[in-house]
Design a protein around this ligand. Structure first.
Ligand SMILES: Cc1ncc(COP(=O)(O)O)c(C=O)c1O
Length: 378
């Protein structure tokens, strides 16, 4: 099988696994204990925090470890909302479901929630943010890179507007962290995740800028400065830090390599396959994402047929794939239901080779032709 679904999750790098093993074996102590068993784990935990903080030019005390991007996003939205007690929250309409559904839940529980529109490329206009800010706005949440169409949002400009208006700004960087630079100057809360960067599942973090007050969601032993009680998942956190080090040190080269492969796929498909169009922006796009639509056929049919040729791609984001509803991201971008349904996401990663891309480019046009030949929609 050839894997083209790195935006859903990544395999764990062997160097990451090696770094984790001692913490699954002899270095098992609880970092909060007082005896010698805890000293190695406590040191490893704090070293990991420093590595991750350095990667985004933050201070270690500004990093709170969580179990997933979903948890970090819930912590950001609900944590700010509960601390402020009431107010207006602005969220982009193309966020991952964990942000959208957390915001909708807050909407049902006394907060005023508004969704920001996007243009045909899936980009939020900072002017729209400014226009919608009200006296009682407490938080704006706009993701850095969209997980379905890969568009890079103007978070620096949006952050500036929020800062000017004294409003907290949260950004979900699960798809961009260590893949493209992130400037946290005007960001108050940032979500990052291990499982998208060749680290293990079960580790993620929320950057919370010094001075930003949030209400914890988990109450207990007071770990993570009281913001996230639970014994820290040290093996996964150590792996997350190792994955961060590797990804940051290879970021520029990898971005360049993947951008070339990405553009080769986009160019070939949109030029050589009739009625094939790119979803999202051509250049304001993360280096590993391709999202294309084919008229008259279903994305799911393409996915299943490609799977039979040994190629794994996805339709919408992996987590919402089984719903078989048109993607909320593509719908927000103005695509008609039938256009959205004919879309697939191809996402590249560290192990993607040019020969695999060539195989995809040979097989995919054939698959599209076969499906169109039997399509009732022609
Ligand atoms: C942008 C974004 N945010 C959040 C998540 C949720 O990640 P997890 O399922 O690891 O919590 C994902 C996963 O696909 C994502 O792409």
């Amino acid at each position: 099988m050839i894997y083209f679904d790195y935006a859903a999750t990544t395999p764990v790098d062997k160097r990451v696994i090696k770094s984790m093993i001692p913490f699954l074996n002899e270095k098992f102590g609880n970092p909060s204990s007082m005896h010698s068993f805890s000293s190695d784990t406590k040191k490893a935990l704090e070293k990991s925090r420093s590595i991750i903080a350095k990667a985004i030019k933050a201070n270690p005390e500004e990093i709170v470890f969580t179990s997933s991007a979903t948890e970090s996003n819930n912590m950001a939205l609900k944590g700010i909302a509960f601390a402020k007690k009431s107010g207006h929250i602005l969220v982009s309409s193309i966020e991952h479901d964990c942000v959208l559904n957390a915001a909708k839940w807050l909407g049902k529980n006394g907060f005023e929630v508004e969704f920001l529109p996007v243009d045909k490329y899936g980009i939020v206009d900072p002017k729209e943010v400014e226009k919608r800010i009200k006296k009682n706005t407490i938080l704006v949440s706009v993701m850095h890179v969209n997980n379905e169409v890969g568009t890079i949002q103007p978070i620096e400009a949006i952050g500036k507007i929020c800062k000017k208006n004294n409003i907290y700004f949260h950004s979900d960087a699960a798809q961009s962290f260590s893949k493209t630079p992130i400037n946290i100057t005007n960001i108050d809360l940032l979500t990052i995740s291990s499982q998208k960067i060749y680290g293990p599942k079960g580790a993620a973090a929320l950057f919370i800028k010094d001075g930003v007050k949030i209400e914890p969601l988990l109450h207990g032993g007071g770990q993570e400065r009281g913001l996230r009680s639970s014994t820290e998942n040290v093996p996964a956190i150590v792996g997350f830090a190792k994955a961060t080090e590797i990804a940051i040190s290879t970021m520029d080269k990898e971005q360049e390599r993947l951008t070339k492969l990405r553009d080769k796929i986009i160019e070939k498909l949109t030029k050589e396959v009739p009625n094939c169009y790119l979803n999202g922006h051509k250049t304001k796009r993360i280096s590993n994402n391709i999202n294309v639509r084919f008229s008259h056929i279903e994305g799911e049919a393409i996915l299943f047929m490609l799977n039979s040729y040994g190629i794994a791609v996805s339709t919408a984001s992996a987590c919402s794939s089984p719903k078989l509803e048109p993607s909320h991201v593509l719908s927000a971008m103005g695509l008609k239901q039938e256009e959205a349904h004919g879309s697939i996401r191809i996402s590249l990663g560290r192990m993607t080779k040019e020969s695999e891309v060539n195989y995809l480019l040979k097989v995919l046009p054939e698959v599209v032709k076969k499906l169109r030949d039997i399509s009732p929609h022609k």
